[in-house]
Design a protein around this ligand. Structure first.
Ligand SMILES: [Zn+2]
Length: 443
């Protein structure tokens, strides 16, 4: 059996697993008919039914998209040598501008550009359907067609502007880095990663969404007090107008070292305290959290910081990256990988090598790492909940979790395998259970 067959079989195996889990979850959506006891008082039967239909719709849409794009299109592409074809076209484009195929950095940039364009063509029908049909039908879409188009173009341009210099540098490092090039590559990617984490919120994110400082008032005061009590180096407190994009709500913090910012989605605060006639959209009446609930959410978020979860994740990711590059440095000279992707004998572009080794050769390893990271993430979530509970937020955190879940039409029931595989957070019921246990212990 040649390498191409193995790659295709692995690809199909991974998709089969995903589709099987999805089937299980679809059954849960179809068969769950009653509100769980824990939510009886807060979740109306109509809301439960809405959440059920929304979840079912999303899951079935995901299945169709996966079958069409990943199972059918990608498999055919692999079989027909699509990568080799796009590479040949990239060389043609370079030749058109008077550059020979030896200019590997230039050809790689053209390759990446063409590949992104084709990717958009494949993806856009699904994005349009997802935003304007699926989310719209369930009352979550807030994007106009104009906003959507601008948003997509901006994302494409930003991606190209970032990726072209990064890819050029990566190829240069592999070409000139000597035997230990994987170390230089790792160092470079580590620095780029940190740089992106620093500039992304300040430079890139504002291109897509509007940020404003949280207005002075009791909420701001209490968040500042909470941050100060934990010695969290809060430098800015922002509200992002997430409700233009979608009505899903959240809060997060970012920033390196001693300069951190907290961002609240305006959907989190949306209509708290507003009267019915002040709310723009009828469906949004009563959504959002009270000040105490927002504070409890931040107690959880700051728990992630205090417990070093972000740092731990960065360290694990860097170690993983080093391993990936080390494997790449061992494997990238093998002819079989390139031949399997449809490149002519002897042609071994570095970018294609990275692609094939990181996505196909190391596929099984990466699936395992991804799963372990999901398990770890859930552990961190429980720890952050416990931290918020220590601060005395247990009840308010429970209320806010329920509130956010209902605002976002989250469904309370999940298949256990589906959840174990996909969920970076424990489910609502699991979190409520632990918060309840904890408060009992204290009594
Ligand atoms: Zn969390």
């Amino acid at each position: 059996m040649d390498f191409l067959c193995i790659m295709i079989l692995l690809h199909l195996a991974e998709n089969t697993l995903d589709l099987w889990l999805s089937r299980r979850q679809v059954k849960v959506y179809k068969n769950s008919k009653t509100v769980p006891n824990e939510l009886k008082d807060v979740m109306k039967v109509e809301t439960f039914e809405k959440a059920r239909l929304y979840g079912l719709d999303k899951e079935q849409f995901g299945t169709i998209k996966q079958i069409l794009l990943d199972v059918i299109v990608t498999t055919i592409e692999m079989y027909l040598g699509y990568i080799g074809y796009v590479w040949a076209k990239s060389e043609d484009v370079a030749a058109y501008f008077g550059y020979s195929a030896d200019h590997e950095i230039l050809v790689s940039c053209i390759f990446m550009f063409l590949n992104s364009c084709i990717g958009i063509v494949k993806d856009i029908p699904f994005k349009v359907y997802h935003t304007f049909v699926l989310e719209e039908r369930h009352g979550f879409n807030k994007q106009t067609v104009g906003f959507f188009i601008k948003d997509q173009i901006k994302a494409f341009v930003v991606m190209q502007v970032l990726m072209i210099p990064i890819i050029s540098a990566i190829i240069y490092i592999v070409q000139h880095g000597g035997d230990q090039f994987f170390l230089w590559l790792w160092l470079f990617c580590g620095i780029v990663g940190l740089a992106l984490m620093t500039i992304y919120p300040a430079v890139i994110a504002p291109l897509f969404d509007k940020y404003r400082p949280l207005e002075d008032g009791p909420l701001k005061k209490s968040i500042e007090d909470l941050a100060a009590s934990l010695s969290f180096p809060l430098t800015k407190l922002l509200v992002v107008e997430g409700s233009k994009r979608s009505a899903h709500s959240n809060a997060y913090f970012y920033g390196l070292w001693k300069s951190k910012r907290i961002v609240l989605f305006d959907t989190l605060l949306l209509n708290k305290g507003k009267k019915e006639e002040e709310v723009e959209n009828k469906e949004d009446v009563g959504k959002g959290c009270t000040d105490e609930e927002v504070l409890a959410v931040l107690g959880h978020e700051l728990g992630h910081w205090k417990l070093g979860h972000v740092t731990k994740n960065i360290i694990i990711m860097q170690a993983n990256l080093l391993f990936n590059f080390l494997m790449f440095s061992y494997l990238f000279k093998f002819d079989a990988f390139y031949l399997a992707l449809g490149l002519p004998k002897g042609k071994k572009p570095i970018l294609v090598g990275l692609l094939v080794i990181l996505t196909y050769v190391l596929a099984a390893y990466n699936v395992v790492v991804h799963y372990l990271m999901t398990v770890l993430s859930r552990k961190f979530e429980y720890q952050a909940d416990a931290f918020a509970k220590e601060l005395g937020f247990a009840d308010k955190l429970k209320d806010s979790l329920i509130k956010l879940n209902i605002d976002n039409l989250g469904f309370p029931y999940y298949d256990k395998f589906y959840s174990a595989w996909h969920h970076s957070h424990p489910t609502l019921l699991q979190r409520l259970e632990v918060l309840k246990e904890d408060s009992k212990k204290k009594q």
